[in-house]
Design a protein around this ligand. Structure first.
Ligand SMILES: Cc1cc2ncn([C@H]3O[C@H](COP(=O)(O)O)[C@@H](O)[C@H]3O)c2cc1C
Ligand SMILES: O=C(O)c1cccnc1
Length: 358
């Protein structure tokens, strides 16, 4: 039956969302700043690493932050909208890549192994059923999101279930630092739609080639996504936009980020798709962004606008356009270095070196 009734605006029942603790703590901030400035280096010479160390200290409410039991969760799902040719690859690649990740052959498998980061894959909504695997959590909400060109990608109940599942997954995870990644053919489209709607940006600034569309593919993608936005003009609140424009993996990542921030975990953010989940999380639960460290700036053009919107300073510029959490894993050692310089570097006082510049 065609959906003829006017869509009712979706609202997220508030009590499900935890409060995000504020990081404001002027005393600790002054203490950390003095500690950083007192290290044996010219003032400010560790640049962005100094701001990173300060942020990590504030997140952990400590002047000696440390990283323990780092976790990467790769959320996987398919997209009904992908049937309109919005990706250079077919949806079948999502499940194939999940197998590849679990076998240890994907980029994220390699980088997680390299940096000794625990890796799990979550089936949030892959189109096919996946065989059981010790590193695979089966939380399939449905077999792929619905086709957002004709109906909301998720019902309110499905979207809520995805958010709550993401939160529950994090409650079961150890560690004080979370990286979220994703695998879902067609998810640059969902992310672009969400960024355009929630960031109030023109769609043209939010779209890109994703897995490698050519010029004709890119204009076809823009044509389809323009129609999707027009189909869902009422989906303006963060929850309504998330449900309508979708991505089961994006919704589950959003829940995971909210829960992790509420527990004062560090959120080491990957690229464009994960970044859009953070935008949704911030709008649903203001304050989440205080916990985010931005690993890199993706080559997907919308990411630059997203980072500007979030006033974010990415650590790396590697022209990555992969997702999976790969950029977050690559940046992880920088966070280790930020913690180590704070705990191990000598101060001018310890080393008996004159602190005064000429
Ligand atoms: C082999 C392969 C591995 C990937 N790993 C991540 N992605 C990335 O590309 C997809 C998004 O781009 P689009 O919207 O154009 O489909 C997502 O699955 C994302 O994780 C991959 C894509 C492919 C093809
Ligand atoms: O930056 C990302 O997250 C990204 C970019 C292109 C394709 N998949 C993911």
């Amino acid at each position: 039956m065609p959906d003829v009734s006017p869509p009712k605006p979706s609202t997220l029942p508030g009590p499900y969302l935890p409060l995000i603790p504020s990081l404001a703590n002027p005393i600790l901030q002054a203490e950390l700043t003095e500690r950083i400035n007192g290290k044996t280096k010219p003032l400010g010479a560790l640049g962005q690493l100094e701001r990173l160390a300060l942020q990590l200290g504030m997140i952990q409410n400590s002047n000696q932050p440390n990283l323990s039991q780092p976790q990467i969760c790769v959320f996987a799902a398919d997209h009904g909208l992908a049937r309109h040719g919005t990706s250079a690859y077919p949806s079948a690649v999502t499940a194939q890549m999940v197998h590849n990740i679990l076998r240890g052959g994907a980029a994220i498998s390699v980088f997680a192994r390299q940096h000794v980061i625990n890796l799990q894959v979550v089936d949030a909504g892959v189109a096919t059923d996946l065989p059981a695997h010790p590193q695979l959590l089966n939380h399939k909400i449905r077999h792929a999101s619905r086709d957002a060109l004709t109906e909301p990608a998720m019902s309110d109940d499905e979207c809520m279930a995805a958010l709550k599942t993401g939160m529950a997954i994090v409650r079961q995870l150890p560690g004080n630092i979370l990286m979220v990644g994703e695998m879902g053919i067609g998810n640059t489209s969902a992310a672009s739609l969400l960024l355009a709607r929630l960031g109030k940006l023109p769609l043209s600034a939010c779209i890109g080639r994703g897995t490698g569309l050519d010029d004709a593919g890119l204009s076809h993608k823009e044509h389809i996504l323009t129609q999707v936005l027009a189909r869902h003009t009422n989906a303006c609140s963060p929850f309504a936009a998330l449900a309508a424009l979708g991505g089961l993996e994006i919704a589950m990542m959003t829940g995971a980020l909210i829960e992790a921030a509420s527990q004062r975990r560090i959120l080491l953010m990957d690229g464009f798709i994960a970044g859009v989940a953070l935008l949704v999380a911030e709008q649903l639960a203001p304050g989440v962004c205080q916990y985010a460290v931005f690993a890199h700036q993706s080559a997907e053009p919308g990411h630059r606008h997203l980072l500007a919107l979030l006033d974010a300073e990415p650590l790396l510029q590697l022209q990555l356009r992969l997702g999976e959490g790969s950029g977050a894993a690559l940046a992880y050692p920088l966070l280790q270095s930020a913690c180590l310089f704070l705990s191990q570097m000598a101060s001018f006082k310890d080393a008996g070196i004159s602190e005064q510049a000429q």
